[in-house]
Design a protein around this ligand. Structure first.
Ligand code: FES
Length: 131
């Protein structure tokens, strides 16, 4: 199956690969797996006091489309609020990367990872407020 140029670009030069400090109270982690193929994606975001995402890193054990989806969203996330991040749809990712139908679930994985990372940072913020 042929990958689009954008998928190949992100696959060959993935942006923001790595981790952030998971013990940092301003870092949220989203770890999700795709039941369809077993691929796993970990996304970490660092959120400042204004609710803006300052940094994002990912590690993806998966196909080229999953790696490209996670690389792309780390670029999109920086500078957005966590609400804006939460609103990112897998269809936007699939459209940007021109993913074929069999690879749509790879972009769903990226959307799920964002939602999980946002949920994690919100839980950390709530725990801090209740402390
Ligand atoms: Fe499953 Fe891409 S084939 S995440």
């Amino acid at each position: 199956m042929a990958y689009s140029d954008k998928v190949l670009d992100h696959y060959e030069n993935p942006r923001n690969v790595g981790s952030l400090d998971k013990n940092d109270p301003q870092v949220g982690t989203g770890m999700v797996g795709a039941p369809a193929c077993g691929d796993v994606m970990k996304l970490m975001i660092k959120v400042n006091d204004s609710g803006i995402i300052e940094d994002a890193k990912f590690k993806t054990y998966g196909c080229g489309s999953a790696i490209a989806s996670s690389s792309l969203v780390t670029e999109w996330l920086k500078g957005r609020t966590i609400e804006e991040a939460y609103a990112i749809k897998n269809s936007e990712i699939a459209e940007e990367l021109a993913l074929p139908p069999v690879k749509i679930h790879c972009s769903v994985l990226a959307e799920d990872a964002i939602k999980a990372a946002v949920a994690d940072i919100k839980a950390k913020q709530a725990a801090k407020e209740n402390a």
